[in-house]
Design a protein around this ligand. Structure first.
Ligand SMILES: Nc1nc2c(ncn2[C@@H]2O[C@H](COP(=O)(O)OP(=O)(O)OP(=O)(O)O)[C@@H](O)[C@H]2O)c(=O)[nH]1
Ligand SMILES: [Mg+2]
Length: 198
């Protein structure tokens, strides 16, 4: 996949109606601060087009990035951020739920998990919810540059076990710093665009 153009086309808040797009969508879900916006920037070949912050809870909207006039990357709000009220958490949850329910063009959900930590109860809920909605998520183990290469397979195994993944589900270690894993993700997107299941 070659990036020719990127454009933040639609930003949806809690009360917005989601767009009924006609181009394929690829969504990025994961807990707050896991690296969703960083991954999207890396895929778009942009340093900071999608807003990144050291503070969790930066992306509080659903952001649709039009790529090449061919497809969308959809940055979903992060879940599990401790410092927001229960009410706000519930609203974000509803937004994500509504998105998964109503996006007819959604081709794949990438679920991001920090490679250093065991998936949380929230991560497991999110994984189950994606599967329940009929999608086959692709797991991205983020921040791979933060661990030694020797720890990599152990951490991937930990993620596989905690999420109870079947053998057909892929876990791709990724780093926004080194771009490790990016070509693999591009290849999966190309595969899905050509109509092949993962
Ligand atoms: N070392 C390293 N740091 C990363 C990587 N990816 C993200 N980060 C850092 O992690 C922090 C959060 O990254 P974001 O991309 O904003 O995370 P997010 O999931 O979009 O967060 P929310 O919008 O709050 O849900 C930032 O300080 C990033 O620089 C990575 O691959 N390696
Ligand atoms: Mg973000």
């Amino acid at each position: 996949m070659i990036i020719k153009s990127v454009n933040l086309e639609t930003v949806c808040g809690i009360t917005s109606t989601l767009p009924q797009n006609t181009m394929p969508e690829f969504a990025f879900a994961g807990k707050s601060n896991v690296g969703k916006s960083s991954l999207i920037n890396a895929l778009m070949n942009r340093k900071s087009y999608a807003r990144i912050s050291a503070q969790p809870g930066k992306t509080q909207t659903i952001n649709y990035y039009n790529i090449n006039g061919e497809l969308y990357f959809v940055d979903l709000p992060g879940y599990g951020y401790a410092k927001v009220s229960q009410e706000t958490k519930a609203k974000w949850g509803k937004m994500i739920e509504n998105y998964l329910h109503t996006s007819a063009q959604l081709k794949c959900v990438f679920l991001l998990i920090d490679i250093r930590h065991e998936p949380s109860a929230n991560d497991r809920d999110m994984y189950d919810w994606i599967v329940y909605n009929g999608f086959h998520p692709l797991i991205i183990a983020t921040k791979a540059d933060k661990i030694n290469r020797s720890q990599l397979s152990k951490q991937v195994k930990l993620i596989r076990t905690a999420l109870d993944l079947d053998a057909g589900t892929t876990v791709i270690p990724f780093s926004a710093e080194t771009k490790q894993g990016r070509d693999d993700i591009y290849a999966r997107i190309d595969q899905l665009l050509s109509g092949t299941d993962l």
